[in-house]
Design a protein around this ligand. Structure first.
Ligand code: HMG
Length: 440
C-alpha cells in the first residue's frame, strides 16, 4: 500500500488576450459560410493578442491570482510550457519569475513539444512533489496560435495561458497513474525557427491526432488504466472544438461502443465552452477544457476525468484526474468568464493590421502602444531585450520591479513615465489604430 500523498491540481486559473475577432466578422471577409466556422470547426471567436501582449504577459496574468491566493513560499519550481517561444536560449518563465516576485531559490525551465509540453510539465511536477510533498510546482502553459492569413488554419487561431499549481493534497483534482503514451515522428504541423507561423498539413494532423488517441488509450489500458465506463467526462486537446467531437466519436468506436451524438455530448459537452470562444491555445487548450468542465454545473465530486493531450510532431498522452470533493470552493469561474466577455471585438481590418505586426529587430528602443487590459504588459524592446512592466494603476498587485538591478530598474521607470504620457494621449483619443466593433 502506497504511503505517497495524493498530488495534483491545487489551483487553476487562465488568462486570455484583451482583443477578440469573431468568426462572423471573419466570415464576412473571407466569404466562408459562417456555419462552417460555427458547426464545421465549432468556433465562435478567437482571442487575438494586443500589441503589448505576449506569452510572458499572458502567463504572468494567469499566474498572479494563484500567487495572490497561495503565496510564493511553497514554490520551488516553475515549468513554462510553450511552442511560441520568444528566445532560443532564455526560458520565458524567468521573466515571469521576476514579474511575480518569486523567491530566488526556485528552478525555472521551459519545455517544448507542440501542444503536449504542458502535460510533460504536469508529470514532471507531480514527480517533483512526490520527492518532497512540502514543495509546490507552478506549471504555466502559454501560447499564441498564429497561422498565415488566408490559410485554412487562420480560423483556428487563438491565445491563452493556464497556470496550474501542483501540490500534495490538492484542492481541485488528483493526478492519477498510469497514463498511456505515444510518440511518432510525423510532419503534420511544425514551425522552423526562421518562421513566425507554422507549416501544417491539416488533414494529416487530424488523422495523426486520432491515431495517437487510439494508441495512448491502448497503452493506458495495458498498464492497468480504468475501463472506459469509469470516466465521467473527457477533456481533449481542442485545436478547434469540433476536434473533440471527432475524437470522442473515435474513442467510442475504439472501445467497441456505438457512437451516438448524445454519448458524445454527455462526455464532452461541458468541456468546449471556453475553447469555442478563445480558439486554439496550444499547450493551454486541454486545461481550458478542464476549466470549462469544472466551472460548469456538472457535479463532479469524486469523479474521474480522462484527459487527452496531443502535440503535433507528434507526442501524446492519455491520463486521468480525480476531482476532489468540495473542489468548487477553489474554482475561479467568475474570473474565467469575465476574461472572455471583457475582450474588445476587433474589426477585420484591425485584426489584419495586428497580425502583420512583428517586433522590430534593429536593436533600437521601440515602445509599444498601451492596448492590454491585463496587469502585465510588454512595454517595448530595447537593445534586443523585451521590457516588461506592470500596469501602473494595478501595480499594487504586481511585485514586478522588486528584482531588477538598479540600471534595469531605471530603464523600466523611464519606460513607465514615457508610457504614462502615452496613456494621457490614449485617454483623449482611445486605443490607437483599433476601432472596436460591436457588430460581430
Ligand atoms: P478546412 O480546409 O478549412 O476545412 O480545414 P474543411 O473544408 O475540412 O471543413 C471543416 C469542416 O467544416 C468539415 O467537417 C466540413 O464538412 C465542415 P468534417 O468533414 O471535418 O467533419 N463544413 C461545414 N459544416 C457546416 N456548414 C457548412 C460547412 N462547410 C464546411 N456550411 C482544418 C480545417 C482543421 C484542417 C484547418 O483549419 C487547419 O489546418 N487547422 C490547423 C491544424 C489543426 O488544427 N489540426 C488539428 C489536429 S493537430 C493538433 O491538434 C495540434 C495543433 O494544436 C498544434 C500543436 O500540437 O502544436 C494544431
Amino acid at each position: 500500500m502506497s504511503t505517497d500523498p495524493p498530488v495534483g491540481i491545487h489551483d487553476l486559473n487562465f488568462a486570455t488576450t484583451s482583443l477578440v475577432l469573431t468568426h462572423d466578422e471573419l466570415a464576412r471577409h473571407t466569404g466562408a459560410n459562417p456555419a462552417k466556422y460555427r458547426h464545421g470547426i465549432g468556433q465562435t471567436s478567437m482571442s487575438i493578442p494586443a500589441a503589448d501582449e505576449d506569452i510572458v504577459t499572458l502567463a504572468a496574468n494567469a499566474a498572479a491570482p494563484v500567487i495572490g491566493r497561495h503565496g510564493t513560499d511553497g514554490i520551488r519550481t516553475l515549468l513554462f510550457a510553450t511552442e511560441s517561444g520568444i528566445d532560443q536560449s532564455k526560458a520565458a518563465g524567468v521573466y515571469v519569475h521576476r514579474l511575480l516576485g518569486l523567491h530566488r531559490n526556485v528552478r525555472v525551465v521551459e519545455l517544448k513539444q507542440a501542444c503536449y509540453g504542458a502535460t510533460a510539465a504536469l508529470q514532471l511536477a507531480r514527480a517533483l512533489v512526490l520527492t518532497d510533498p512540502d514543495q509546490q510546482v507552478l506549471v504555466l502553459a502559454s501560447d499564441i496560435a498564429r497561422y498565415d492569413l488566408d490559410s485554412p488554419g487562420e480560423a483556428t487561431q487563438g491565445a491563452a495561458a493556464a497556470a496550474l499549481l501542483i501540490a500534495a493534497r490538492p484542492a481541485i483534482a488528483v493526478l492519477n497513474t498510469p497514463s498511456g503514451l505515444y510518440t511518432r515522428d510525423v510532419m503534420d504541423f511544425w514551425r522552423p525557427t526562421y518562421r513566425s507561423t507554422p507549416l501544417v498539413d491539416g488533414k494529416k494532423s487530424v488523422d495523426t491526432y486520432l491515431e495517437a488517441l487510439t494508441a495512448t488509450w491502448h497503452d493506458y489500458r495495458a498498464r492497468g488504466g480504468l475501463p472506459f465506463e469509469k470516466l465521467r467526462a473527457l477533456c481533449y486537446h481542442q485545436p478547434f472544438t469540433r476536434m473533440a467531437h471527432k475524437a470522442h466519436h473515435h474513442l467510442l468506436k475504439t472501445v467497441g461502443t456505438t457512437p451516438t451524438s448524445q454519448a458524445v455530448i454527455e462526455a464532452i459537452g461541458a468541456t468546449t465552452g471556453y475553447n469555442e470562444a478563445i480558439g486554439n491555445s496550444y499547450t493551454a487548450s486541454v486545461h481550458l477544457a478542464l476549466a470549462s468542465l469544472l466551472d460548469s454545473d456538472a457535479p463532479l465530486d469524486g469523479e474521474t476525468i480522462g484527459l487527452f493531450s496531443y502535440g503535433s510532431g507528434s507526442v501524446a498522452e492519455f491520463l486521468t484526474a480525480t476531482v476532489v470533493p468540495g473542489y468548487r470552493t477553489a474554482l475561479r469561474t467568475g474570473a474565467h468568464r469575465r476574461g472572455i466577455t471583457d475582450r474588445t471585438p476587433l474589426t477585420y481590418d484591425a485584426y489584419r493590421a495586428l497580425h502583420g505586426r512583428l517586433l522590430p529587430t534593429d536593436g533600437r528602443e521601440h515602445l509599444l502602444p498601451h492596448q492590454t487590459d491585463g496587469t502585465y504588459r510588454l512595454a517595448g524592446v530595447n537593445a534586443h531585450q523585451r521590457l516588461y512592466t506592470a500596469t501602473p494603476d494595478r501595480s499594487s498587485q504586481a511585485p514586478c520591479e522588486d528584482q531588477y538591478d538598479e540600471p534595469r530598474r531605471n530603464e523600466v521607470r523611464a519606460a513607465h513615465s514615457r508610457e504614462a504620457t502615452g496613456h494621457e494621449r490614449l485617454a483623449q483619443h482611445g486605443r490607437p489604430g483599433f476601432p472596436p466593433t460591436r457588430s460581430g
